[in-house]
Design a protein around this ligand. Structure first.
Ligand SMILES: [Zn+2]
Length: 289
């Protein structure tokens, strides 16, 4: 039996029969993997190494029956992220990040950038113990980086219709309250003037072609672009927009992920309710989809 060693961050653990658990983790070199941890429920065989959010060193192997699950032999905790479990808000946010990663990370395919993003995000959360709730700019920064990784970041800087730049809108103080319209299918945005000028056009696209649009403040969009070039640990401290603006941006980013990221489950994320966030996702109506 050949042992494989890798570093793993726990995303999900579910009971299997009475004494076992199936653990899904994001690994440094094998992407997202699931493994059967035998006899771990009462025996403390793995100590705290299989707790949610824990980063641990795994030794695992292919199972002899060729099953899809790996077999976990050893797991040693490297960083427990214990601080996250001391606060409900931090736990809810870490759970949401885990849910997002479960949907986005490729299975059994190395994705070192995602591993680093997730590890750094958990470290950042642990540093936020003085807050009741982590800021939404942090969540949006994480989602922006997931979109960027998947190759679906919204089109940079320019209005889809008139090519006006975001800087020209954001640069003027009085324009910071300007509204942008995110066109989900095109992963781009339209400025206020163009939206007013072509509202009927956009509406008819929306009604006849099922195009989803979402409104976002220019201030939140500016934070979005800034977060793409800022390490996740600094995203919250460089954001300017209000939490209301970030709640809107969250809905736009979620809609972009639902539409553009392959395999992204078309059901609302479970942890949203614990963060007071609403999903933009509406169940499909009748025969349209
Ligand atoms: Zn425009």
């Amino acid at each position: 039996m050949r042992l494989i060693r890798d570093r793993a961050i726990i995303l999900r653990a579910v009971p299997f029969e009475d004494r076992h658990r199936v653990v899904t983790a994001l690994t440094e070199s094998h992407g997202r993997i699931s493994a059967l941890a035998r006899n771990c429920v009462q025996s403390r065989r793995f100590g705290g190494a299989l707790e949610l959010f824990t980063a641990s060193e795994w030794d695992f192997s292919h199972r002899s029956d060729g099953a899809e699950l790996f077999s976990l032999q050893e797991a040693k905790a490297v960083r427990t992220h214990e601080g996250i479990r001391t606060q409900f808000g931090l736990m809810a946010m870490a759970s949401l990040l885990s849910e997002l990663m479960l949907r986005v990370a490729p299975e059994r395919e190395a994705c070192l950038d995602l591993f680093k993003l997730h590890a750094n995000a958990l470290a950042a959360l642990e540093e936020m113990q003085d807050r009741d709730l982590p800021p939404l700019s942090f969540l949006n920064g994480y989602m922006a980086k997931l979109l960027q990784w998947s190759g679906n970041q919204p089109r940079l800087q320019q209005c889809l219709e008139c090519s006006r730049t975001l800087q020209s809108i954001w640069g003027e103080e009085r324009q910071r309250s300007a509204r942008l319209t995110v066109v989900v299918q095109e992963a781009g945005w339209i400025c206020e003037e163009c939206r007013k000028a072509s509202l009927i056009h956009i509406k008819s696209r929306s009604e006849h072609q099922g195009v989803d649009i979402s409104e976002v403040g220019a201030d939140a969009m500016a934070d979005f672009f800034m977060s793409l070039v800022t390490p996740i640990r600094q995203v919250a401290s460089t954001a300017h927009a209000s939490s209301e603006s970030h709640a809107e941006l969250f809905q736009a980013l979620e809609a972009l992920m639902v539409y553009h990221v392959p395999g992204f489950d078309r059901v609302p994320l479970n942890s949203l309710k614990f963060l007071g966030l609403e999903s933009s996702w509406r169940p499909p109506e009748g025969p349209r989809r």
